[in-house]
Design a protein around this ligand. Structure first.
Ligand code: FAD
Ligand code: NAP
Length: 887
């Protein structure tokens, strides 16, 4: 639409009595609200923005404390929707100050003539959905109320400061300031005795500058934060060059990245790197002064694994000790109660050095909590501090605070949002709530928002919402509402995602833990802006999946369902595999397929260290077979697990499930002997089965030589290896030994029937396909032999088998035959445990350190093996070796 037409259309708001009538009401004139207004006008909607503040800017209007700056490089923390705007504005620094960012918003507002549709100094107090008129009625505290078809809350994640929650604040006779509501004409702190309570980003930015002005500064710290030097100055050359080389490509990469800033996915895991390599990476990140760099570029396991993460904490402690002269102060400033990155780390300028100043005192509230604020200052368990000024840098009622402050928000059937969210926020995509038609939230709980460069997240949300409103209008729909199914599915997906990160291990504003009495839940979406964008797009491409659409002259449309049923990392892996356009394995011939697998396996993260890995040969059914032995680091003798790799009886070898064997060796504290059994088509049925049995017998007979414990061995296997393990148990029972103490069958092949539901439902899209399984079967076993229990153990006699643990995966063609085998064994009196892994695919558990959500399942499998061996289920994993200097 041409700009002149936009201007004419956008002013078509009407007043009926005292109510302003518009298509869309937006609350908030920050980053989100301004872009919304621009997009809504362009799309031909009449719109009004209602804003509590006196001008545009949101966060940057309110947070004017000394030192306030962004912590995402300003080059990235900008609007990108208009390349001309992008070119017209040049930031003066790597991290711009609050005044400069506020000027930017003024510039944007002027450039698109936005202020004429913004009602400043006006709060929305309540919102009510009227089912009859299908409109929202908003009550304001200043001027006309508003009636709108669509109500969009761009109210900000960090716009409602948290009350101080300390007794006696009202008694204090000095001055009180909140960083999030800093006076516009500044505060003179010269010569004054000042306290800062709070050491999050706001405290850490302001403390060095307050210390320079104040006569004395006392910092009251409850939780130490990780802070790294911003190294502010001009935008760094490497990033600028990258950006300038192709701005459009750079912006597009940001949109599909993890955190909204284009950085590659780090692949090397911490244990693959030497101490020196890790230190070098860390020093580079420390020198870069870039949160996204240090949060994503050190090693692949830094954000997912406690050990990999702890390495960083130690290195930062070392940095703090190097700067802060007093060892007790350095120790108090060193975070030790949360993983690095689980709380938002801070960017600082001279923060730690500030504690070397003679006029600065740190009070560690963990050792001496505040008892009260009095007329003259602050009293702790151990001291009384006289003060002229108290600065509360105590943070925000984040993510839900501003939304819930509009009270009530009443949806269908007079339900209020506060009652629906009483146990924590429930949303679909972080954008909508079931029962609240035509209500949208920008960066609401359930969206990546605060875990990303918010500029990128906000633009994505705004584009998605406005595009949907335009599409609804064009199709004749007037309401759009999330379904309960879709919302519940999103909650499940959020919970699954949270298992991939360490955020759940910290008490933070991300979880609501900073506000007493607030329902606790990890509120931001943790799997990144790129994956999130893909999901939002998928909702649309699948016919507005999970939304009910209605309109006066069109049939209701409701394509109900859950948009993500796979585990988040499985979804990523399958997406990556699809993008790689891999050849069909069965088209490569058996040797080609083996070469392909060997090449493919080179790209996976190295398995974790164990005590010892050694190779040898053993006697199979018809000659020598190679084996690989994994020995735990602990003193033996250990129980032995005979392991059979996967690969459809055709592919793989004793090394091909290396990460899985290492992981299980560590988790069980047992020896794993992975057997290189013979393969088809060179050696067809029953070669693999007979080798499996012979190898197990040989290993049992040579247990002592292998460092194993006397007594029964255990067997385990994945896929075709699970088939061999199951068959081995049947043969051992029939042939009088060896004694087997238990069997772990992971996604096993158990039968030659291909018509079970899982073969139909999961036959094509989940890596192991129906076609591939047919090929494996054809190479290994002629149709006449397929009912033989040595290849179809489900058809064998099952009574008297060793106890079993059977793992099956929801999105695996082999799922139902695995379940059938577990149930049939149980029906025959065998002790059977099942793990039916929701959202997983055939390779979930063997893709160790790629499919992180497989960890829980492997823990259960390891516990089962230990029970089979008569050991207590839990093993304390040895901590990863730390850099000696750092620890
Ligand atoms: P806001 O900017 O918070 O705007 C919301 C507006 O809604 C406010 O002006 C508020 O007054 C108004 N409002 C709320 N409720 C009502 C109501 N009921 N009636 C009327 N008006 C209402 N993010 C980054 O990605 N990078 C950074 O470097 C960064 N630095 C930050 C620094 C600080 C000090 C803070 C506090 C946050 C920072 N953030 C940063 C997060 C920041 O909040 C977002 O980047 C972004 O500015 C949010 O824009 P928004 O429009 O969604 O919300
Ligand atoms: P915050 O991270 O929540 O920090 C608040 C601090 O106050 C914490 O140290 C907290 O301790 C402490 N605190 C709260 N209540 C307290 C009490 N009753 N007694 C003693 N201490 C108390 O808030 P913030 O610093 O304003 O930052 C919030 C977010 O805004 C940041 O994480 C970031 O996303 C954004 N931000 C960014 C920048 C930037 O650099 N661009 C600057 C400011 C803010 P506990 O941790 O123990 O609760």
């Amino acid at each position: 639409m041409p700009d002149a037409a936009v201007a004419a259309r956008s002013s078509e708001t009407t007043n009926s009595g005292t109510t302003q009538q518009v298509d869309v009401a937006v609350v908030g004139a920050g980053f989100a609200g301004l872009y919304l207004l621009h997009r809504l006008r362009k799309a031909g909607f009449s719109a009004v923005v209602i804003e509590d503040a006196g001008d545009v800017g949101g966060t940057w209007y309110w947070n004017r404390y000394p030192g306030a700056r962004c912590d995402i490089q300003t080059m990235d923390y900008s609007y990108t929707f208009d390349p001309e705007l992008d070119r017209e504005w040049t930031w003066s620094e790597k991290y711009a100050t609050q005044p400069e960012i506020l000027r930017y918003f003024g510039f944007v507002a002027d450039r698109y003539d936005l202020r004429r549709d913004i009602r400043f100094n006006t709060r929305v107090k309540a919102a009510n959905w009227d089912d009859t008129s299908e409109r929202w009625q908003l009550t304001t505290d200043n001027g006309a109320d508003v009636s709108c078809r669509y109500y969009i809350m761009a109210t900000g994640c960090l716009s409602t400061p948290k009350p101080p929650e300390i007794d006696g604040v009202k008694d204090f006779k000095g001055e009180i300031y909140f960083t999030g509501r800093w006076p516009h004409d500044g505060v003179n702190l010269a010569g004054k005795r000042v306290a800062v309570i709070g050491t999050g980003s706001s405290g850490i930015q302001s403390i060095p500058l307050i210390a320079e002005q104040a006569a004395h500064l006392t910092v009251f710290q409850r939780t130490a934060s990780f802070a790294l030097p911003a190294h502010n100055g001009p935008a760094p050359d490497d990033r600028k060059t990258y950006f300038e080389a192709d701005r459009a490509a750079y912006r597009e990469q940001a949109r599909w990245s993890l955190a909204g800033v284009p950085y590659p996915q780090e692949m090397a895991v911490s244990w693959q790197l030497s101490d020196a390599e890790r230190r070098e990476r860390f020093e580079k990140a420390w020198a870069a002064g870039d949160l996204v760099h240090i949060l994503t570029q050190l090693w692949a396991d830094q954000a997912a694994d406690v050990d990999g993460n702890a390495l960083i904490g130690k290195l930062i402690h070392e940095k703090i000790r190097a700067v802060v002269k007093d060892p007790d102060t350095a120790a108090a400033l060193s975070p030790n109660d949360h993983p690095f990155g689980s709380k938002r780390p801070c960017l600082d300028t001279n923060y730690y050095a500030t504690y070397n100043r003679p006029n600065v005192t740190l009070v560690n509230l963990r050792q001496e909590p505040i008892k009260a604020i009095t007329a003259s200052g602050i009293v702790t368990d151990k001291r009384s501090v006289d003060l002229d000024v108290i600065v509360f840098a105590t943070g925000f009622d984040a993510m839900t605070g501003a939304i819930m402050a509009v009270h009530p928000i009443t949806g269908r059937a007079s339900k209020s949002l506060s009652s629906v969210w009483a146990q924590g926020p429930q949303t679909y995509l972080g954008l909508t709530v079931a029962g609240f038609p035509n209500l949208f939230m920008i960066t609401g709980p359930g969206s990546p928002s605060v875990l990303s460069n918010m500029a990128v997240s906000i633009e994505q949300h705004v584009d998605w919402v406005v595009d949907r409103l335009a599409a609804l209008r064009d199709a004749g729909f007037t309401t759009m509402e999330a379904t309960e199914t879709a919302q519940a599915g999103w909650a499940q997906h959020m919970a699954d995602c949270s298992m991939l990160t360490l955020h759940r291990l910290a008490n933070t504003w991300y979880t609501g833990a900073n506000v007493p009495g607030k329902a606790q839940a990890l509120m931001p979406y943790t799997s990144g802006v790129g994956p999130y964008r893909g999901i939002c797009n998928e909702v649309v491409s699948r016919g507005m999946l999970g939304f009910r659409l209605t309109g006066p002259n069109v049939a209701e449309q409701c394509n109900d369902g859950e948009v993500v049923r796979l585990q988040p990392d499985v979804r990523l892996v399958l997406g990556m595999l699809a993008e790689m356009n891999l050849p069909q394995i069965e088209s490569l011939g058996s040797q080609g397929a083996r070469d392909f697998l060997a090449e493919f396996n080179k790209g996976r993260p190295a398995g974790r260290p164990v005590g010892e890995v050694g190779d040898g040969v053993l006697h199979g059914a018809d000659g020598l077979l190679p084996y690989r032995l994994y020995r735990p680091a602990t003193p033996g003798p250990h129980p032995i697990v005979v392991y059979f790799h996967g690969g459809g009886w055709v592919l793989g070898d004793e090394q091909s499930d290396d990460p899985f064997c290492r992981d299980m060796c560590r988790r069980t504290d047992m020896i794993f002997v992975s057997v290189g059994y013979r393969h088809a088509p060179e050696h067809r049925f029953p070669a693999a089965a007979e080798d499996g049995y012979a190898a197990t017998r040989w290993i049992a007979e040579h247990a002592a030589e292998l460092g194993g414990k006397a007594g029964p061995v255990l067997v385990a296997g994945w896929s075709a290896g699970g088939n061999i393990a199951a068959v081995t148990c049947q043969l051992a029972r029939e042939r009088g030994g060896p004694e087997i103490g238990g069997q772990l069958l992971v996604c096993p092949v158990t039968d030659s029937t291909f018509d079970r539901a899982s073969y139909v439902d999961n036959g094509t899209n989940y890596f192991v396909t129906r076609g591939l399984m047919f090929w494996f079967w054809d190479l290994y076993c002629s149709p006449a032999d397929r009912t033989d229990p040595r290849v179809s153990p489900l058809r064998g006699k099952l009574a008297g088998l060793p106890p079993a643990f059977v793992t099956t995966c929801e999105f695996d063609p082999l799922r139902d035959e695995g379940i059938a085998y577990a149930e049939a064994m149980a029906a025959s009196g065998v002790a059977v445990e099942q793990l039916k892994a929701r959202g997983h695919f055939h390779s979930s558990f063997t893709m160790v350190d790629v499919v992180i959500t497989g960890v829980g399942g492997r823990i259960k499998m390891a516990e089962a093996l230990r029970r089979f061996a008569g050991l207590p289920p839990e093993v304390k994993l040895p901590p990863q070796k730390l850099d000696a200097a750092a620890s």
